[in-house]
Design a binder for this molecule. Structure first.
Ligand SMILES: Nc1nc2c(ncn2[C@@H]2O[C@H](COP(=O)(O)OP(=O)(O)OP(=O)(O)O)[C@@H](O)[C@H]2O)c(=O)[nH]1
Ligand SMILES: [Mg+2]
Ligand SMILES: [Zn+2]
Length: 301
């Protein structure tokens, strides 16, 4: 039995989480509420009641239209954000190192959860190596949208503003630590305290993330964006060795000898090696192996 939710209380939306304290907004304004037993994430619609002297108390979390879900190494699912329209995967051309596989994993998560996914190549002032351009071109050919920015030089920001203004709901900026997610948000919101931006020494090699919570911001030019803490790896929730191919870019239409072909290396009658770009196939097989290993650990625990 889940806990009993009551339908009294006012409806609001969670725009920030810090531990058990959440910021809830509605037409009347915003207030800080505390979570007691409920799990809410940024973007959740919640019910809250006034508790004199303590702010508001969350009494229910409403059903979600969309959820961004990750799986930990034991296969336990964790909801990261709710009711988003899309994910902007922020990457850097040079540093921290570009990992095409992370983009693919977010594409899978988006396809699985009904979220749009686009990619922002930030730090273009540092240059974009030819092998990174090749990975980008490969995914552009599959219909993935890329925008290029430099938060440092204020390059590409108008395109990004237009992108969010045209969106039909909030987008979250996601990606590795240090790619410039918070810097981009700061550049789009001059004069607003959007939180700390990391120095190279803060995150490089130490596993320290500069942004530790999630928070939604309204853009003056239209649209809403959420910042998020940098991640090291990402395994999408709801993914199994049997469904990953249906969500992975460029893999859905393969006609191998066996319909349940997982396109592993050397599989009987598999056409993936002939029909899929080798770089994409490597990325797919890494995710397949990750999902298999997670499933195995989950069964043992
Ligand atoms: N050269 C260059 N540096 C940038 C650019 N954007 C951000 N940086 C720098 O990159 C570092 C990390 O930026 P953040 O905005 O904190 O990165 P983040 O993605 O929010 O990192 P986490 O919060 O740890 O996930 C900072 O030193 C920024 O000044 C850019 O366009 N070009
Ligand atoms: Mg940040
Ligand atoms: Zn196959």
């Amino acid at each position: 039995m889940g806990r009993r939710d009551d339908n009294t209380g006012s409806i609001g939306r969670v725009t920030e989480i810090r531990g058990r304290r959440v910021r809830v907004e509605d037409a009347a304004g915003e207030r800080v509420c505390f979570l007691s037993g409920h799990r809410a994430v940024v973007g959740d619609r919640v019910r809250w009641v006034d508790v004199p002297g303590q702010g508001g108390k969350i009494t229910a979390v409403e059903p979600r239209d969309t959820s961004l879900v990750r799986m930990d190494h034991l296969g336990r699912e964790q909801v990261l954000a709710a009711n988003l329209a899309g994910l902007l995967v922020v990457v850097a051309g040079l540093e921290p190192p570009f990992r095409a596989g992370l983009i693919d994993r977010y594409l899978v998560a988006g396809a699985r959860s009904g979220l749009e996914v686009a990619v922002c190549v930030n730090k273009v002032d540092q240059g974009v190596p030819a092998e990174v351009e090749a990975e980008i071109a490969l995914r552009e050919q599959l219909g993935v949208r890329f925008v290029r920015t430099s938060a440092l030089l204020r390059f590409g920001l108008d395109a990004l503003r237009q992108f969010f203004a045209d969106a039909d709901g909030p987008w979250a900026l996601v990606g590795h630590s240090g790619v410039g997610k918070t810097s981009l948000i700061a550049a789009l919101l001059p004069g607003v305290d959007v939180g700390a931006v990391g120095e190279l020494s803060d995150y490089w090699g130490t596993g320290q993330h500069t942004t530790t919570g999630s928070r939604l911001f309204q853009l003056p030019t239209g649209g809403e964006i959420a910042d998020s803490p940098g991640i090291r790896t990402f395994t999408p929730g709801g993914i199994t060795v049997d469904n990953v191919r249906q969500y992975f870019p460029g893999m859905g239409a393969l006609r191998c000898r066996y319909r349940d072909c997982q396109h592993r290396d050397g599989e009987d009658g598999c056409v993936a090696a002939e029909e899929v770009d080798p770089a994409l196939l490597v990325s797919y097989r890494r995710l397949l192996e990750d999902v298999r290993a997670v499933g195995e650990r989950a069964r043992k625990h």
